[in-house]
Design a protein around this ligand. Sequence first.
Ligand SMILES: [Zn+2]
Ligand SMILES: [Zn+2]
Length: 493
Amino acid sequence: MGTGGDEDAQIDAKTPVRLGKIIQRLIQYTHNKKLNLKNSPPYLQGIAIDIQDLVNKTFDPKSNPVAELKDNEYLGLAVQHIVAHSKKVIKLFKDAKEDMENVNSAYRRQLNKLTLVYSHILAEFRTIFRDGKFQDNFKIVKQDPREFWSRVFQKRVIVSWDEFMENFSVVHATRTHEERLALKKTIDILENNYVSWFEFDIFTRLFQPWAQIINNWNVIVVRHTAYCAFMTYDEVQAILGKHTNKPGSYVFRLSCTRLGQWAIGFVTQKNTIVQTIPQSKSLYQALIDGAQEGCYLYPKGEDRNPDIRQNIMVAPEEHIKVSKEQYDIYCDIESTFEMCKICDANIKSMRIDPCGHLLCKTCLTTWMEQGRGKRGNAPCPFCRVEIMSTEQIVVEPYKAPAQAAHKEDALPARPPRSSAPAPDLPPRVDRSSRPLPVPHGSGRPVSGGGDAVDPHALAQMQEMGFAQQTCVQALTVAKGDISVAIQIALQSA
Ligand SMILES: [Zn+2]
Ligand SMILES: [Zn+2]
């Protein structure tokens, strides 16, 4: 960070006041109306106010005694970083004087860059100290990277870049010094020579799957002409504005507002510019589909479009084996574990991360498109946890021991990956016409048999991870209404 030992970084009771003074000085510069800063997010003044607010909440002695905060490895670095970064912005304003009002000046471009990093500082701070409360549970969305981090860094929130690379390199080899420098630019979005699990999570979502992460990063960042790193909506409009006479011109960028997601901008056949965030599919799939549909043909307006199909190594899908217990539950209700519980017609083929719920691709796409346009991502249709990422999976039906080639254990906590092709799906069970209730619909049928619990509802709740006894109790109390039962089960969990 280069400012180690800075007295501003010492955490004590006066830290919020000291930070407040610096942030206020920065905010004063943003009051100049001629700057027109509010035109395009991220908005510097708003970020500074939010940081100040979060600092106040974090340092409220009623919720966090200073003695505790002092020991927090992350917070010390965060404070140091906020101070250093705010000073940088203030110095830029001082140097620029009226030049800052000119949106095309070098000062202004530099300010946009610093603002972006400032927004990342806030995003990280907000995630790790949500509403001023330290979050000691990791929220790394993808399973493999989550396991890597816990195995190597345990409960640590942040590690130095060198320490990170030392451990990362054991799993993913990098070839040259230049490659490692470029990688640092992508991972260390706060530009502070540290990697937090927050930054690591963003990186591993962008370039998933974990097994191919360096290859994917190379294809997308190092070699692809249309890649734009972090860029605002307006900056993309400006770049594509030069190519409106060439439909199919496109760029893709790291989203500033939805960190860990991509945004693609392109020129339509009507010479307008459209920007979208691919939902329920990876960037590679979106680029391949877009090229076939004639939307993404000319990276930054250039004629040659790289064919990423040859370069992207698609990882074998994760295979999820159905256990005997799961098989039995669904036999009782004349269904199967692998059947999508929303449409009751297709086989489950997608997993939602981080919650791990399974459903078919059609249902997922429809669900995510309906949830589009709102702030943030759509919630999981089963548990309402925000959908941060999705992954293609294959559900392997249960095989009775007699027909299985080798003995299979019950479903392990972490199903092993297999590159073998998915086994044949079982013949459709002849189903009764009774439809399965959808997870959050209303007018749930109450089981007819007095105290008996509806097996459909039971199976559905068990699939959400609740223990059988909890489900039975909750469903009984809720008189068969599954939405109510889920609420009860969640509260008792
Ligand atoms: Zn479905
Ligand atoms: Zn879920």
